[in-house]
Design a protein around this ligand. Structure first.
Ligand SMILES: Cc1cc2nc3c(=O)[nH]c(=O)nc-3n(C[C@H](O)[C@H](O)[C@H](O)COP(=O)(O)OP(=O)(O)OC[C@H]3O[C@@H](n4cnc5c(N)ncnc54)[C@H](O)[C@@H]3O)c2cc1C
Length: 520
């Protein structure tokens, strides 16, 4: 076969590089005995550090880990991982102690029944998420989504993970090089060499010479060495919509070794951003993401340290030493150009409000593994599809994150009022909000089967933030009304039952460390 794709070169060894290598290598086993040998190389700079944050994943990570052949027990032990069941938002609505949740489980019977209009008509209704899923009942007591007898990657309620990003990249490196046949080259790429037709022919490194390939995957982080610097694919800023451009990241110890581990990411809104708080087995990871146009670094640091002091005490403040990370929110105009595709920070980044970065890496590497063009001749077709799909994903991410801001009633700073200015709201989102004033979002609002955020997620944010869809007559047949009332009752009963049955996160994670889960 002419122009066969037989060598893939990944540049960059952060979460993006190693996860991509693992997903592709697991699908296309590197086997020198094969009549069509296939080679996967990963070049990683020994000098440029990885970003080293990125601690929240989606439930999709369970499928990805299984796909690459990692055991969940090993993953939990080696990545200091814990279970994430969603996000708990504080002070987003009024700044006055208000709270709501975005759990990973969709409302009961979501496929057939839209409970939102019925919930809107309930007198003295509990919070939307509490009324429609039992999952949120586990948040308050820091309970786990499964039991020690639940097999690996299976669940009682849906979950993703919190993890130590540095340890995760290290585990993936070991797995890729020892189990999946990926070749690891420690060197700095100093030059990109073009072929006559404009494709990348090879990259020049400082200690391993020139390395040629058929497909190059740019995982070089925000530098975007191949797609950005070499191909000069323009960057599309999203800062008009999402103002945050700076993060201060810190690690915080537990006050005692038995302190409960949260079941969800805590997100506490501030005057010009928000603070994340993630519980791992051995420490918490916390940080302040903010808009540098709306608050000084000193003030942002003071808000983060005040939070750490309140939640972990004076010693934690003394040792916090936050690390500053600046970024431009946005993404490249296209992600796959000629024989080069960018994955991870090199393709784009916006604030981690819904932890959407690692899931994009999973989706990108999954699509490449599934649709790997056999020859160069068909690569441009796959690239066009890829660009359409990921362009759509980025638009949805920007829109969905913005939804969290536009519904706020906070007016204690310019940040919040600027966030509601019509000019800062994507047009599509404004249109949807107008529709949802008289009709709850549900399946007809999904644009494609592979939308990143299901319409259930829109419901959780809308109604959690106090949005009201005008109640309408949901009457229908008497037996339907009885069935709906029964669904709410059953959900409440299931919540109470789970609260009794599920172990605490810390208890389960300690047991997993000691005994492991049942292997599938
Ligand atoms: C504050 C913050 C919080 C975040 N939180 C989350 C979260 O909760 N959930 C989530 O999903 N994501 C989160 N992210 C995003 C997540 O961290 C990244 O998407 C993920 O780690 C992937 O990074 P990367 O591999 O693309 O880049 P990096 O980690 O920066 O890796 C870049 C790699 O390229 C290599 N490199 C660079 N130049 C060269 C060269 N010339 N030659 C060879 N190699 C080179 C480097 O050595 C490194 O190995 C967060 C990001 C930030 C900034």
């Amino acid at each position: 076969m002419g122009n066969r794709i037989s060598t893939i070169v990944i540049v960059g060894g952060g979460s993006a590089g190693w996860l991509t290598a693992a997903v592709i290598a697991a699908e296309h086993r590197v086997d020198s005995e094969s009549p069509q040998p296939f080679e996967l190389l990963l070049i990683e700079s020994p000098d440029v550090p990885t970003i080293g944050v990125g601690e929240g994943t989606w439930p999709s990570m369970r499928t990805t880990l299984r796909r690459i052949g990692l055991s969940e027990t090993d993953f939990i032990r080696e990545c200091d991982a814990s279970f994430k069941q969603g996000t708990y938002f504080r002070n987003w609505r009024t700044g006055d102690g208000d709270t709501y949740t975005h759990p990973f489980t969709v409302p009961v019977e979501f496929a057939e029944t839209n409970l939102a209009p019925h919930w809107l008509g309930l007198p003295n209704a509990p919070q939307f998420a509490d009324a429609v899923t039992p999952q949120t009942a586990l948040f308050a007591d820091c309970l786990a989504p499964k039991q020690i007898t639940t097999p690996e990657y299976a669940f009682v309620v849906n979950y993703g993970y919190h993890l130590d990003a540095g340890k995760f990249a290290e585990l993936l490196r070991k797995h890729c090089t020892e189990q999946l046949g990926v070749k690891h080259i420690k060197a700095n790429v100093s030059q990109i060499n073009a072929a006559e037709d404009g494709d990348i022919q090879s990259v020049t490194t400082d200690r391993a010479g020139d390395i040629g390939g058929d497909l190059f995957i740019d995982c070089t982080g925000t530098r975007s060495l191949l797609l950005g610097e070499h191909f000069k694919i323009p960057f599309r800023s999203c800062q008009d919509y999402l103002f945050n451009d700076t993060a201060l990241a810190a690690q915080v110890p537990y006050t005692d070794e038995d302190q409960a581990i949260q079941s969800c990411t805590l997100s506490t809104a501030q005057t010009a951003g928000w603070i994340w708080d993630i519980g791992l087995p051995t420490r918490r990871g916390t940080g302040h993401v903010y808009s540098s146009a709306h608050i000084s670094e000193d003030e942002a640091t003071a808000q983060l340290l005040a939070y750490i002091k309140e939640t972990a005490g004076d010693d934690a403040v003394a040792n916090a030493g936050p690390r500053k990370i600046t970024y431009q929110p946005g993404h490249r105009h296209e992600f796959w150009h000629r024989n080069c595709v960018a994955i991870g920070m090199s393709s784009g980044f916006v604030e981690p409000l819904e932890a959407s970065a690692l899931v994009l890496i999973e989706l990108a590497s999954g699509m490449i593994a599934d649709q790997l063009p056999p020859t160069r001749d068909v690569m441009d077709l796959v690239a066009r599809r890829y660009n359409r799909k990921f362009g759509r994903h980025w638009n949805q991410i920007v829109e969905f994150l913005k939804l969290h801001y536009v519904l706020s009633a906070r007016d204690d700073s310019a940040y919040w009022t600027d966030n509601r200015a019509a000019s800062s709201i994507p047009e599509e989102l404004s249109e949807k909000l107008s529709l949802w004033r008289y009709r709850s979002p549900w399946h007809p609002d999904a644009e494609a089967v592979d939308d990143l955020f299901p319409t259930a997620s829109y419901q959780y944010i809308l109604y959690g933030m106090g949005f009201r869809t005008a109640p309408r007559q949901t009457g229908g047949r008497r037996q339907d009304q009885r069935r709906i009332a029964e669904l709410f009752r059953t959900n409440a009963a299931r919540a109470a039952q789970l609260q009794q049955a599920m172990p605490g996160n810390r208890e389960l994670l300690s047991k997993v460390s000691e005994f492991g889960f049942q292997r599938l």
